[in-house]
Design a protein around this ligand. Structure first.
Ligand code: AMP
Ligand code: MG
Length: 314
């Protein structure tokens, strides 16, 4: 065997998809491409498989996982859907929206998936490779971002290999992720709804479907650790809204601020989101000891970009 043939990175062709799905069915870990970031997948209905995710990431056990499903029917077996949940699923699934819903008693999920909460986070992803894996595997797949806990999320198979290395048996490579920031998380509560993590589906998108404003953020404690102040950390100090840079800073640009590398020279926020983590990885590997980032407008997916940058800087 040559060293290259032992690489855990395999192409996301039909054979690779079958291998990944079989490996998951057998209870193993596989890194999978989604439209947001690469996920570290395992069977959500097996304690040992879910425990392996937490171990590989070094993730604290109080931080519950998102469960990925192939469609609405599978989702309704896991959580209680009301009219609001069905309307959001009809509007945004498959896609980058995660809903936090009451867990069904008969769901059969490993209890570590929900960190013992009475709710479960569900998403039906849009990436054709992830959809094919879910269909072939036929079981719900828990999949947090495929990186060491607290670090910068992976948007390529190479990012996964660099962060997790031998901790993952198999990485299904479908090229760079398109959306580039993690899914929006919305909690549907009896008294209203609330965004727990901003993402590609914006608050305005959700208001347009539900017709009601979100709950004030006060009154509910932090329950999505993605909301913790420090996350997505590149391992160097990060300075935000930088219109100029110091000689010891790697400067990430946007629009008219060129920087050493730009999120989007044309000022396109979708392009910026898709390139965000790749540039944070590049900045982390650059010789400069510090990172500066140009201002990003707080519009559309810009809210999600700024949310991740604030946590990277914290
Ligand atoms: P990640 O898998 O790294 O993208 O993070 C998943 C996010 O979903 C974390 O911020 C979790 O705290 C959040 N999450 C998962 N399940 C729940 C739940 N039942 N209630 C609230 N947040 C959740
Ligand atoms: Mg993550």
């Amino acid at each position: 065997m040559t060293p290259a043939s032992r690489s855990p990175v395999i192409a996301a062709d039909p054979d690779g998809i079958r291998r990944a799905a079989q490996h998951l069915r057998d209870g193993g870990l596989a890194a999978l491409p989604t439209e947001t970031v690469y996920g570290l997948g395992a069977r959500a209905d097996r304690d040992a498989s879910v425990a392996a995710i937490y171990r590989a990431k070094g993730r604290p056990s109080f931080n519950p996982l998102i469960v990925h499903v192939g469609g609405l029917q599978q989702a309704e077996g896991l959580a209680e859907f009301d009219d609001r949940a069905r309307a959001l699923a009809a509007a945004f699934w498959p896609g980058p929206l995660t809903m936090v819903l009451p867990l069904r008693e008969a769901a059969g999920l490993a209890s570590a998936v929900t960190a013992g909460l009475p709710t479960v986070a569900l998403r039906c992803p849009a990436h054709p490779v992830m959809r094919a894996v879910l269909e072939v595997a036929g079981v719900p797949i828990a999949a947090p971002s495929a990186n060491r806990s607290g670090g910068v999320s992976p948007t390529t198979a190479q990012h996964v290999a660099a962060s997790l290395g031998a901790a993952v048996d198999l990485i299904l490579d479908a090229g760079p992720c398109t959306a580039g920031v993690e899914s929006t998380i919305v909690a549907l509560r009896p008294d209203g709804w609330q965004i727990l993590r901003p993402g590609p589906i914006t608050e305005a998108h959700i208001v347009a479907v539900l017709g009601t404003p979100s709950l004030a953020t006060s009154g509910h404690g932090i329950e999505a650790p993605g909301q913790l102040a420090s996350h997505y950390a590149p391992g160097k100090p990060v300075r935000l809204a930088a219109l100029t840079a110091e000689p010891d800073e790697f400067w990430i640009g946007f629009g008219s601020v060129a920087g050493h590398a730009s999120l989007s020279a044309g000022g396109d926020l979708d392009e910026a989101a898709s390139r965000l983590y790749a540039l944070l990885h590049e900045a982390a590997a650059a010789p400069q000891p510090r990172i500066a980032v140009a201002p990003i407008p707080e519009l559309g997916v810009g809210s999600a970009i700024n949310d991740r940058l604030r946590r990277a800087a914290a």
